[in-house]
Ligand binder design. Sequence first.
Ligand code: NDP
Length: 334
Amino acid sequence: STQVQLVSRPQGWPTQENFRTVQVTLDELAPGEVRVRNSYLSVDPYMRGRMSNAKSYVAPFGLEETMTGGAVGVVTESHDESLPVGTLVLHQLGWRDMAQAPASQFRAVPEIPGVEPSVYLGILGMTGLTAYVGLTTIAPVAEGDTVFVSGAAGAVGTAVGQIARLLGASRVIGSAGSAEKIALLTEKYGFDAALNYKDAPVREQLAELAPEGIDVFFDNVGGDHLEAALDVFNDGGRGALCGAISTYNSTETPSGPDNMVNMIKRSLRLRGFTVGHHLDQSAEFQERMAQWFSAGKITYDETVVEGIENSVDAFLDMMRGANTGKMVVRIPQG
Ligand code: NDP
């Protein structure tokens, strides 16, 4: 089995030298185990946090251990009758072409005709659930709200824009890092307005696009985006602090918003969250999302990188913004 391991902890931006690709001979299957040929691996921003030793909500990746993370594949050998050969499964065993473990570490997921199983890593999976939790529990959207989402053209962001609308938002504004992404947001994803944060200060651009303020802010970026949102929040505004990707590879101390006092003046409620603490909403999410999805109310993009040996590049490209929608690695099926 080909596997990608972390061998040293990056300072600032990770490099290829922080990783190695190894060949591992798999043991014979033990009773209760299954062997899975992966079709897609997920690369996600939270993985950057786990490459470091800093205290966080998940333990750091072990050095000289195979990277873990979301993956989907098909059972090719089974010593557990609950997961027969041919079953499509989702698991967390990460950056390897073959995964082998007790059946309890895999969850069967339905095959959807005409849809690649990578959707279980994105719009129907963790990033979709993150958007849903943020807009229902953390910063609930109400009918007629104006919603602003940063990182809007990514996996979480594209889900947020659409779910916000389905939950009753009347105006949805997004920010992203290229002209192509801005066009996609308004043309394909139904955003009312979008700004390119590389063109001019977010503060200035957002004030122009939200003349009547915002009620909900879904933040994937932090820094200047959070500051800009704090400027334009209406009274009683709600913020879901989901990510701060602008700081993940930074070696400098990030500058804080200079307008936190607006939280008091406008009775704002900002709440950080991690989706792992809200898995009790999974069933509800899966049910509603499946309905929206099959009714054609949800669209999505994926950026697909071919080959497990390119997993590190896929991760770094995602952190740099080369992806639109969910970034995944496809394992060619030999
Ligand atoms: P994305 O698909 O959004 O990919 C990351 C994107 O971040 C890039 O495409 C890039 O787009 C953008 N980006 C990179 N650097 C910067 C920067 N300096 N300023 C602004 N944008 C930047 O990833 P995900 O959808 O998987 O994750 C989005 C966010 O949500 C991350 O912050 C992640 O940590 C967080 N998250 C949090 C979870 C939770 O439980 N709290 C769960 C899942 C994700 P662009 O071209 O626009 O710059």
